[in-house]
Structure formats: structure tokens, C-alpha cells
Design a protein around this ligand. Structure first.
Ligand code: CMP
Length: 154
């Protein structure tokens, strides 16, 4: 089923000049970019985004990190986009991430694991609403869609 999901290329990705390479992975997979922006995150947005982690010991450090420098927020669309992007990102702990994943290839530590992605379709809806205004998400088709998005069974 076609889904949308939220991805953050976190401050470590921007500072390490990896934005282009990370975006290219999602594009090359065939996912469609339907929203994209650079954001200097404030504390309020950071705390709302990571609200489920509020009680965790690493919460304060996480908010500090995510607000420390700009990040890139993007909305991706495609078949089973939520699960596909989670698989592409790899395990949260880079020392458990498979080679070939973004974290498995490019990251070493959990607190600087380069990317965030929604973990379920419900979370994706919440996070897309948090990061993008409705008019910032653009629906469109691409010439290549008939080569990467053929309907199942076609
Ligand atoms: P993310 O997918 O952005 O969602 C929550 C983030 O918390 C996670 O990636 C990690 O960057 C971070 N995180 C999870 N566990 C720890 C930890 N033990 N120490 C520091 N950061 C953590």
C-alpha cells in the first residue's frame, strides 16, 4: 500500500556533508520526495517529536543534540514506505546495523545515528503533521514511476 513517512537527516548528517548521499539512497530506491526542508529545530518541536522518550535517561541529551544544528526533514512516499525506509536506515544501534544500510555503512554510535524515520504508519501521520504544513507536502507523478511503481500483479 502506498504510504508516506517522515525522515530526518539529523544534525550529524548535515555536519558530515552526507545529506546528498543519504537523499540519493532514498531516491535511487524509487521513493518519491513529497516534502523537503532544512530546519533549525527549537526545543518545543524537539520535545514534541521525541515525546515518547521523555522518561528515558538519554532524553535531555537527545533534545540537546537535535537542536544543536540544522537538520533536513523529508517526507517520502511509496509502497510500504514506512517499513522500506526503516530497513534502509538499519538498526537504531549502528553496531547492530547491517552493512548496506545507512547506519551500517556510515554510523558508529546510537546518539549519532544520522537518520530518524517513523516506526509505523500511525507514527508517520503524527510526525508528518508535526514537521510539515499540509501545503508543504506536494503530490505529483514522475516519468520514472512506470518503471519503479508498476502495480502489484501487473
Ligand atoms: P531515532 O530514530 O531518532 O529515535 C530516538 C533516538 O534516540 C534514536 O534514534 C537515537 O538517536 C537516540 N537514542 C536511542 N537510545 C539512545 C541511547 N541509549 N543513548 C543516546 N541516544 C539514544
Amino acid at each position: 500500500m502506498t504510504e508516506r513517512t517522515l525522515v530526518l537527516v539529523k544534525p550529524d548528517g548535515v555536519q558530515r556533508l552526507l545529506v546528498g548521499r543519504i537523499l540519493a539512497r532514498y531516491e535511487e530506491r524509487g521513493l518519491r520526495i513529497v516534502g523537503l526542508k532544512l530546519v533549525q529545530v527549537d526545543r518545543d518541536l524537539a520535545e514534541r517529536h521525541y515525546a515518547v522518550h521523555r522518561e528515558k535517561p538519554f532524553f535531555a541529551g537527545l533534545v540537546e543534540f537535535i537542536t544543536s544544528a540544522p537538520l533536513v526533514a523529508l517526507a517520502l512516499e511509496g509502497p510500504d514506505a514506512v517499513a522500506v525506509v526503516r530497513t534502509m536506515n538499519g538498526a537504531t544501534r549502528p553496531n547492530q546495523a547491517d552493512p548496506g544500510t545507512i547506519r551500517g555503512d556510515l554510523a558508529l554510535v546510537t546518539s549519532q545515528n544520522l537518520v530518524h524515520a517513523s516506526d509505523s504508519p500511525e507514527t508517520a501521520q503524527f510526525e508528518l503533521d508535526l514537521w510539515f504544513r499540509p501545503e508543504e507536502l506536494v503530490g505529483y507523478t514522475r516519468e520514472i514511476d512506470r518503471w519503479v511503481l508498476a502495480p502489484e500483479g501487473a
